[in-house]
Design a protein around this ligand. Structure first.
Ligand code: CDP
Length: 254
């Protein structure tokens, strides 16, 4: 079998050339990084869980008409995705204060926002993904005004969908980050949700206990990250209700 062509290797994922034109294979690693990769670890089974969770969210979004790059899951760690032209921005949606917003504005963690707040960060690790304004985005040509409007509308739909899904299983969606790409279809371009949606890029708090079920467990040394992600997957019915940790074997696949 021919060796696959590696397209890109990031902190938590690898992209390989896909089987058809305009497709890629997205491989989920077990690596966890925080604070712009200053803190690193390998968390057994994280990639398997994030592959399943991202599949779950993206499939749900596709089914309500929010387009995503997701085509299908291929195996425990890989999914087939559409190749897109990435917009070099991270879109952060916040429902409750936490993280850098709390620090920047002195807001107590957990304070509800008057309405969902959207922020844009410029994707550049060497700069630490700085917060940027719509003025920067337009002036530097990272996205057009139409793209920006579409990105905001898409992000709010993702927020409503995910917030409802998590609320149903007793989890508060505090905030999350998504990345968006462009797909060209004939004379038209369409924006689609790309990258991943997983507890690596969301803040998820248990509604009753406040227990953190996201990457803050790793950032703040609050316990076992695998256990937290397994809890999220179990509640969403993405994994069978077993007490064990995510096993590396194929028995996790339904
Ligand atoms: O996570 P941190 O405190 O550094 O930054 P934030 O701006 O408070 O993050 C808001 C949300 O976006 C959190 O759910 C982060 O996990 C997520 N995020 C991310 O996934 N990747 C980044 N590079 C920055 C934030």
């Amino acid at each position: 079998m021919a060796r696959r062509r590696l397209i890109y290797e990031g902190k938590a994922k690898i992209l390989y050339e896909g089987p058809e034109p305009d497709t890629l294979i997205q491989y989920f690693k077990d690596d966890a990084t925080a604070f712009n990769a200053e803190k690193k670890a390998t968390i057994d089974g994280k990639g398997v869980l994030n592959n399943r969770l991202s599949e779950h969210f993206m499939t749900g979004l596709n089914s309500i008409g929010v387009p995503t790059h997701f085509i299908k899951r291929l195996n425990m760690r890989e999914q087939l995705i559409r190749s897109v032209e990435m917009i070099p921005l991270e879109v952060i949606v916040r429902n409750f204060a936490a993280g850098t917003l709390s620090k920047r504005l002195g807001l107590p963690e957990g304070q509800q926002m008057p309405r969902p707040i959207i922020e844009f960060c410029y994707k550049d690790d060497s700069l630490g993904d700085p917060l940027v304004t719509e003025e920067h985005i337009a002036a530097f040509g990272w996205a057009s005004q139409q793209d920006l409007d579409d990105m905001i509308a898409l992000s709010l739909r993702v927020n409503d969908f995910l917030s409802g899904m998590f609320l149903g299983v007793g989890i508060r969606l505090v905030d999350f980050k998504i990345e968006i790409g462009r797909v060209i279809e004939g004379d038209f371009q369409r924006l689609v949700i790309a990258d991943e949606i997983s507890p690596d890029s969301c803040r998820l708090w248990d509604i009753e206990t406040g227990r953190k079920l996201d990457k803050d467990v790793f950032r703040q040394d609050l316990g076992d990250l695998g256990d937290a992600y397994t809890e999220v997957a179990k509640r969403l019915g993405v994994m069978p209700r077993t007490n064990g940790k995510p096993a590396a074997g194929p028995k996790l696949v339904n």
